[in-house]
Design a protein around this ligand. Structure first.
Ligand code: ZN
Ligand code: ZN
Length: 160
């Protein structure tokens, strides 16, 4: 199994999205502070032991040694990469209030109003940004593209 399949299936199996907060709440084992525990290895060989660091590195990118991964949502068991950001330890301590969280609150719906839950969101890395794509919209676009205007088999027309 590839790294991609392993990590994504683990995320799907071990987290549940909270429709109110958009958090992907880790339901696997956790440490005393509520951080999800994993034993994972990324494709470049980096070992990770915390679930939110795993999703950050996997979806967003590397974590410089002087930075910590902070939860914008203040939910330590959340692994949604859209709720995570890099801070220095000092900034992390200073950010310990909720104003920061609300200012940076992420969108939880797509432009068509579909909830961007873990199950309905396809995440793509684009440079330093995580792009979220609504799967329902993608499916509907695909269906429209593929649906023929007239189905010759049902139109009663004969084709030579
Ligand atoms: Zn969260
Ligand atoms: Zn949508």
């Amino acid at each position: 199994m590839s790294t991609r399949t392993t990590i994504e299936s683990r995320i799907a199996r071990l987290s549940r999205s909270d429709p109110e907060t958009g958090c992907w709440v880790w339901i696997g084992s956790k440490d005393k502070d509520g951080y999800g525990k994993v034993n994972a290895r990324l494709s470049d060989g980096t070992k990770v032991y915390l679930a939110h660091r795993m999703t950050y590195m996997y979806f967003v990118g590397g974590i410089p040694p002087d930075k910590e991964v902070d939860h914008k949502c203040k939910n330590t068991s959340c692994i949604n990469p859209n709720h995570l950001r890099l801070l220095t330890h000092r900034e992390n301590v200073e950010a310990g209030d909720y104003k920061t969280h609300h200012r940076n609150a992420v969108k939880t719906d797509c432009i068509h109003g579909h909830a961007l839950t873990a199950e309905n969101t396809r995440i793509q890395r684009h440079k330093n940004t995580v792009m979220r794509h609504c799967k329902i919209c993608a499916r509907e676009r695909k269906r429209k593209d593929m649906a023929p205007q007239i189905d010759p088999r049902q139109s009663g027309l004969e084709f030579a």
